[in-house]
Design a protein. Structure first.
Lengths: 228, 315
């Protein structure tokens, strides 16, 4: 092989490797779902009320993993549902949370997380009815949880009355059987990122349900960013 | 090679300075000073502190190892620096150094000293591991510990799950909570297990670090000697939020602990009824209520799994 041909081959090989490395870094390490901003126009540390709206679906047909269960967050300005689990809230504020539960039931692996903790009054409201705990082992009544360990928040998500039947099949869900879960909690005064997760092993197709959506931001876990 | 060259190499008839003695005299005060500083000045601040008997035992072990290691390190550094200064290359000196064929005295000394140090450490380590009171050095001893403390220890089941520890107190009605509260001066038996993947329960200030494996009861003992806060971390890479799997426990007086435990037992009574019967391991998939719940949910998993064995990632 001539010298110019060898040089060209070497350069091409280098560029190919660099391109693969750049793809991996950008796609896997820097890639992230969008963050829905609920802090705009709200002054932190004043106890102001912010209304956050989410939904949990039995699938995510707007992603490359259509069979993965998923949360969606509503944009407060446009009310469009965003495929993300990242949201931003002001510090020292009261969050009024509404979560529409469209998914069916799966028993908690640890029923202790059927207890509502960290909310105002220690309760959640399922279709307006106050609830302090849900026993996922005695009834088919828990689909997921919304849990932020950093502030000891744990709220089991109630399932539709007719569980696992005629569930919404296109995400984000706008119709179909569901429960409306509401609760309030105070954001900490310490700014930072507080991860949240679902505690129901809902990663069907993965060992004991702990893989896939359970381990992927944008599906069943994410971050609540508390800003000043 | 002639006999005279060999004798030169051994230093026979050499009238120069006694380098070995010089190095020894430089090394000796450095080693003594380093050991005194390590043991008496830095030693009391070495991790993990003295909050429990196991932590204090670990700190003592680290102090002993440091005291042994410091003179060895000092000897290496002194010899190296001395060589760089005394036997450095000088301008105009292009001669080869003498051929060296070993030094019996140095070799015997080196082998003897290192053998004594290594054998001492082996004996010391075995003693520290096996001696009642510090057995296991704060690590889990498995489901059948070879040593148990006197009296009836407080049972605390540590249940690790992605990504939080919960604690169950079987002697107080079996309530389960995310708070770790412990009494001072009472033996504690941690029954460490996991209900999903492999974790590790690391109560830093208590000097306890026990693997949390699914289906295994890993027993670790300790006795807290001081009140205060305890940092609990997962020490086994366990998934996306492993780095955020930590909390803070506390050691309180016996009276305060009993008051807290009795109060929490009452507060959590409704939740405790939802829990499976207490067991030293925590495998909910073998609990009958769980099986019924899975049937209600339409989950067709078999052999204790949530999902069917033919699921793609199911073993």
């Amino acid at each position: 092989m001539s010298l110019p041909a060898r040089v060209v081959t070497l350069v091409l090989a280098f560029l190919a490797v660099a391109a693969v490395a750049a793809f991996v870094v950008i796609h896997y390490f820097l890639g992230s779902p969008p963050t829905v901003d609920y802090s705009a126009g709200v002054t932190a540390d004043t106890g102001a009320t912010v209304h956050v709206v989410m939904q949990e679906d039995p699938q995510n047909t707007v992603s490359t993993h259509p069979d993965w269960v998923s949360y969606f967050i509503q944009n407060p300005q446009t009310h469009a549902w965003i495929h993300t689990t990242l949201f931003k809230v002001p510090a020292g504020s009261k969050i009024d949370m509404t979560i529409y539960g469209y998914d069916g039931c799966t028993p908690l692996r640890n029923p202790v997380f059927g207890e509502v903790t960290g909310t105002v009054g220690g309760v959640e409201y399922v279709d307006g009815k106050p609830v302090k705990e849900l026993n996922s082992w005695s009834g088919c009544n828990v689909g997921h949880t919304f849990s932020i360990p950093g502030i000891n928040l744990n709220v089991p998500m109630a399932t539709p009355s007719n569980p696992n039947a005629n569930l919404c099949s296109t995400s984000p869900c706008t119709s179909g059987p569901h429960k409306t879960v509401t609760f309030s909690f105070m954001t900490p005064r310490t700014t930072g990122e507080y991860f949240w997760q679902c505690r129901v092993p809902c990663g069907g197709g993965f060992l004991d349900g702990f893989g896939g959506p359970m381990q992927t931001i944008g599906f069943m876990t994410g971050n609540m960013e508390v800003v000043s | 090679m002639t006999a005279s060259v060999a004798e030169d190499a051994q230093g026979a008839g050499h009238t120069g300075p006694n380098h070995g003695l010089r190095i020894f005299l430089i090394w000796l005060p450095i080693a003594v000073a380093a050991d005194l500083l390590l043991y008496f000045v830095y030693g009391p601040h070495m991790p993990p502190g003295q909050m429990s008997n196991s932590a204090a035992s670990q700190q003592f072990d680290i102090k002993v190892m440091s005291v042994l290691a410091a003179p060895v390190m000092a000897a290496v550094l002194v010899a190296a620096i001395y060589s760089l200064i005394v036997w450095r290359h000088r301008e105009g000196d292009d001669e080869d150094g003498p051929a060296i064929f070993g030094n019996t005295r140095i070799q015997a000394t080196w082998i003897t000293v290192t053998a004594v140090i290594v054998l001492f450490l082996a004996g010391f380590g075995t003693y520290e591991l096996a001696w009642p009171g510090f057995a296991g050095a704060g690590a889990g001893e498995g489901p059948a510990p070879i040593w148990k403390p006197d009296g009836t220890p407080l049972q605390v089941q540590v249940i690790a799950q992605q990504w939080r520890f919960t604690y169950r107190y079987p002697q107080f009605g079996g309530f389960e909570t995310t708070q770790l509260v412990l009494p001072i001066n009472e033996p504690i038996q941690f029954n460490v297990t996991s209900l999903d993947v492999i974790h590790s329960f690391w109560a830093y200030q208590l000097g306890v670090k026990a693997d949390a494996n699914p289906g295994v009861n890993n027993v670790a003992y300790t006795t807290a000697r001081q009140t205060g806060s305890v940092t609990v971390r997962c020490a086994e890479l366990c998934g996306l939020w492993h780095g955020a799997m930590f909390d803070y426990g506390k050691v309180v007086s016996v009276a305060a602990f009993k008051s807290w435990a009795n109060k929490t037992e009452v507060q959590l009574a409704a939740i405790t009824k939802m829990l499976p019967p207490y067991s030293t391991t925590y495998d909910p998939t073998v609990v009958p209520q769980m099986s019924k719940a899975m049937v209600k949910a339409g989950l067709t998993g078999g052999n204790g799994y949530y999902y069917p064995p033919n699921d793609p990632v199911q073993p």
